[in-house]
Design a protein around this ligand. Structure first.
Ligand SMILES: O=C(O)CCC(=O)C(=O)O
Length: 245
């Protein structure tokens, strides 16, 4: 795993997002891919509905949720001591693993993700919560990379509305007016990661290419954060419309 540097933290605090090359090694990426394939093939059908979201075809996996609960390989990965130590300065405290998820974005089928701030889902205050988005496939400009609005975390939570999108139930009432050309585009080789703060505005387009764009997400909060009831109320309305996330 790449070493933590103070510059990474400086950039993260400034931009709300940072790229970490070689977060996982090629062998680790291969192990993640193999376990995801095995889990989807052998285990997923027996898991509760909150373990996944399918694409519109009702067959292709859009997201896996709660892998930290349903799969020991992914819980162990998320709780690895070197990863926890790396994350600690970014959450300003002791990191707690709160989610391991995927955004599969299967070739030709993978749907897009509307403009949102993760804290509309996480509902934490202070917003010392983040996502490590690890590329399992190469992420290119063509296959639906995640775009982030740099510095947007500094403006706090923006008005939300239910999106009607399964897997991303709550979005922003208005998309960002910052042009795509000036947004931070998460172009990644397998094993590279981005880390984004939970109030950084981001979104991604559907995958219209022949190349899959599988991402593994590790979500952490500082042990000091607390649930904000107002954020939770808005999220409850949205997620009830399009469960489970
Ligand atoms: O993978 C994507 O396209 C979107 C990811 C996302 O919304 C997130 O990391 O919070």
């Amino acid at each position: 795993m790449n070493a933590y540097t103070p510059q990474l933290l400086t950039d993260y605090e400034h931009d709300g997002v940072v790229l970490v090359p070689h977060f996982l090694s090629a062998d680790e990426v291969a192990a993640v891919r193999a376990e995801l394939e095995r889990y989807i093939r052998d285990d997923l059908a027996a898991q509760p509905n909150d373990a996944r979201t399918f694409e519109k075809d009702e067959t292709t996996v859009r997201n896996l949720w709660r892998l930290e609960k349903y799969n020991s390989f992914f819980r162990d990965l998320g709780e690895r001591a070197d990863i926890i130590a790396f994350i600690a300065p970014f959450v300003h405290g002791a990191p707690l693993l709160v989610g391991v998820e995927t955004f599969n974005k299967t070739a030709r089928i993978g749907s897009g993700v509307p403009y949102h701030q993760d804290n509309a889902y996480f509902c934490q205050t202070p917003p010392d919560m983040l996502t490590v988005w690890i590329a399992i496939d190469a992420v290119t400009e063509a296959n639906g990379p995640v775009f982030f609005v740099k510095g947007s975390h500094k403006d706090g939570m923006q008005p939300t509305k239910p999106s009607g999108v399964r897997g991303n139930s709550i979005g922003m009432a208005e998309p960002s007016s910052v042009p795509l050309s000036t947004q931070f585009c998460g172009l990644l080789a397998p094993g590279d990661a981005t880390i984004h703060q939970c109030e950084t505005i981001h979104h991604s387009a559907p995958n219209t290419t022949d190349f899959s764009r599988l991402g593994l997400l590790l979500v952490y909060r500082g042990s000091h954060t607390q649930t904000d009831p107002k954020l939770k109320e808005a999220y409850a309305v949205a997620v009830n419309a399009t469960p489970p996330a």
